[in-house]
Design a protein around this ligand. Structure first.
Ligand code: NAP
Length: 638
């Protein structure tokens, strides 16, 4: 008897059931558990695991099968199945609900959350027929998670990955790296996505050679022409937003909708600076004693090294490249090794937009320090713009001191999120979700700690916990997933360590509180109450979906707590009192403040920090100044 079928969700094919005989043969408790959960929607026969105890003892048992085989067995049945009926991941609230409802008790009856809108399985199957199905079903402390296990590169995913060059771009040539290749993995599965060229220090010097050679001609180009190339790149990125979003999700993990937002945000820098290119101005004045004239002009600084992190794989690049090119500089880009694909795609788009050879060069490398070191000591390099951790920023600053290199440093953050007693609490919770969960908390501007007035702290915490606990966690390509994986095991372990420290000091999880077992680097959306002073979560950058809530009793106390950090990038404040808003904004020691909103990023605004969050501004009218030198000519009129 056929009782199951093939289910396709986005790029991942999930095998929900096979012929009874095959299941029996597999003797897989994981299959049985999945079948049990799916039963209410799929109307399939329940298969009891042969040995339920074994299932609990080996929560990672898996099975694999080929959907093409399953289709061959019974294509009609496969096409009848609602493909979205099985959530790939049961996490946070969903799992908790199941547990609360006793859904995972010995009777094995599951009460699943409402399934999303059905989609035609057959069309999705057609697009993914070559994929391999694999599902891992885990039981952990009576909670159930269903995760995609193997890298299932569906045809669309493979197409976008292969459409991007995987080599270095040096002087207009795409070429291999002297150190072979480096691996890029899918953080949702931990499996290999693709390999890209691994540059040697000599490759990096060749890239600088190319930038130096191309610089003068580019600087001499009419500003309008430079702007128009940027404008074409903006349009191309917007046109290709869906593919670029998929590419970004594959390498970085964030949900597709968030990747798409980043693509548009990233493109906005190209549009903004295409307009700024024609507004590079100077000054003319009479000297105070009247005997001379003072003329100032602004000129490109020259070849730049641009080093970017993995958390916003495209926007961190366009935020540097667009003003640099608008100003007339040539560049060498060094993206993070975890996420080189978005940068490579961007470089290809710039080429296709008419950028002359050598103006933008890209080196991908598994050893950033060794690769960039010769450039930092090379007198021909005139500027380093770095976005990344404060630790690496400090190191680069000391290296750059040798040549007194001009610097922009966009470094780490520890953003306070202040909620006053007069705040609109609904708006504050929505702002908190955005400030904390955008990019899965892996943002330099992410709210790191929530300081809430004691009169509303309990209410705010509960509401925030409800919102975060209901978020769907899973591979970013899957429908309705709101939280993807963290970038790698190191990042997940760091988040777990920080939460562990807080729990040991008496903090209480209001939702979440642990990593999700299994493939990929998932961590539960977490809200912690009762967080003590001195807890590492309050002083270190979390870079994960964890929200510690602390209460305060007065405005002064809130300001003191907010400023009690060496960082100074962003802060958020929710209040309906205008005078308080201005008072607190003036007192906060940060470069940016979100007033009654949970996001500060905007291509038209100057983005940047103070204190150990760095210096320099990206975006706004200030952004292009980072790539311009001021020269003054004294004119003798005697
Ligand atoms: P990271 O470890 O500092 O790395 C950032 C970039 O620097 C990567 O391309 C990295 O290459 C490279 N790098 C590392 N060590 C280097 C060295 N010795 N010499 C030259 N380059 C080196 O930071 P991350 O973990 O990628 O990014 C997260 C950090 O960035 C967080 O602290 C976050 O707050 C910060 N950030 C700040 C902003 C902002 O605008 N202020 C924006 C986004 C992120 P590899 O990938 O090869 O290591």
């Amino acid at each position: 008897m056929v009782f199951g079928g093939v289910v396709v969700l986005g790029g991942v094919v999930v095998f929900a059931g096979v012929v009874e005989e095959l299941l029996a043969e597999l003797c897989c408790c994981a299959c049985a558990a999945l079948s049990t959960v799916c039963e209410p929607w799929l109307n399939v026969a329940r298969v009891e695991p042969k040995d339920p105890e074994a299932c609990l003892n080996d929560p990672t048992e898996t099975f694999d099968t080929d959907p093409a085989d399953a289709l061959a067995t019974d294509p009609a049945t496969a096409s009848e199945i609602d493909p979205t009926a099985i959530p790939l991941v049961w996490a946070g609230a969903a799992a908790a609900e199941l547990e609360t409802a006793g859904a995972l008790d010995a009777s094995g009856v599951a009460e699943p959350p409402l399934p999303p809108d059905p989609q035609p399985a057959s069309s999705m199957l057609a697009a993914n027929a070559a994929s391999t199905a694999s599902v891992r079903v885990m039981r952990a402390r009576r909670k159930m998670y269903v995760l995609p296990m193997s890298t299932i590169i569906a045809s669309d995913e493979r197409r976008v990955v292969e459409s991007v060059p995987h080599q270095l771009l040096i002087g207009g040539d795409w070429r291999g790296g002297e150190h072979g290749t480096l691996e890029v993995e899918d953080p949702a599965t931990g499996e290999l996505l693709v390999e890209v060229a691994d540059a040697s220090p000599a490759d990096a010097v060749a890239a600088l050679d190319a930038a130096v050679a191309a610089g003068p001609e580019w600087a001499a180009r009419a500003p309008r022409e430079r702007g128009e190339i940027l404008r074409r790149a903006f349009e191309t990125i917007v046109e290709r937003a869906d593919d670029l979003a998929l590419l970004m999700t594959l390498e970085m993990g964030k949900p597709l909708a968030e990747s798409r937002s980043e693509i548009i945000y990233a493109a906005e820098f190209l549009r903004w600076f295409s307009e700024e290119a024609v507004r590079i101005d100077g000054r003319y004045s009479v000297s105070p004693n009247g005997s001379g004239r003072l003329m100032t002009m602004r000129q490109p600084v020259g070849p730049c090294l641009l080093i970017t992190p993995w958390n916003f794989p495209l926007a961190m690049g366009t935020r540097k490249v667009a003003p640099a090119l608008a100003a007339g500089c040539s560049v060498v880009m060094k993206p993070a090794q975890q996420t080189p694909l978005s940068t490579l795609a961007f470089a290809q788009i710039l080429e296709q937009s008419g950028l002359p050879k050598g103006v933008v060069n890209v080196v991908t490398s598994s050893d950033a320090g060794a690769t960039t070191e010769p450039l930092l000591s090379d007198q021909r390099l005139r500027k380093l713009s770095f976005t990344g951790s404060t630790g690496v920023g400090r190191l680069l600053m000391s290296q750059a001191s040798e040549t007194l290199l001009r610097l922009s440093m966009e470094l780490g953050g520890n953003a306070p999120f202040l909620v006053f007693d007069d705040a609109d609490l609904d708006a504050a919770v929505e702002g908190a979700v955005l400030a904390k969960m955008r990019n899965g908390g892996e943002a330099c501007t992410a709210a790191n700690r929530f300081h809430v007035h004691e009169s509303v702290a309990a209410d705010f915490s509960e509401r925030l916990a409800r919102r975060l606990g209901a978020m769907k966690v899973g591979r970013g390509t899957e429908p309705e997933v709101e939280l993807g994986p963290l970038i790698d095991a190191k990042q997940r372990d760091k988040v777990a360590e920080l939460v562990g420290d807080a729990l040991e000091r008496g903090a209480k999880p209001l939702t979440g509180g642990k990593a999700v077992d299994g493939p990929g680097y998932f961590y539960e959306p977490t809200v912690l109450g009762g967080v003590e002073d001195g807890t590492r979560l309050l002083t270190e950058e979390i870079f994960g979906p964890v929200a510690p809530v602390i209460s305060f009793s007065s405005e002064e106390e809130a300001i003191r707590a907010a400023n009690a950090t060496e960082y100074g990038l962003a802060a958020y404040m929710f209040t309906t009192n205008l005078k308080r808003a201005i008072r607190v904004a003036e007192a906060l020691e940060t470069g940016m403040i979100g007033l009654n909103q949970g996001i500060v990023s905007n291509a038209a605004a100057p983005f940047g920090g103070i204190k150990q969050s760095g210096f320099g501004r990206e975006g706004g009218h200030e952004g292009i100044s980072e790539y311009l030198e001021t020269k003054y000519v004294a004119i003798n009129m005697d």
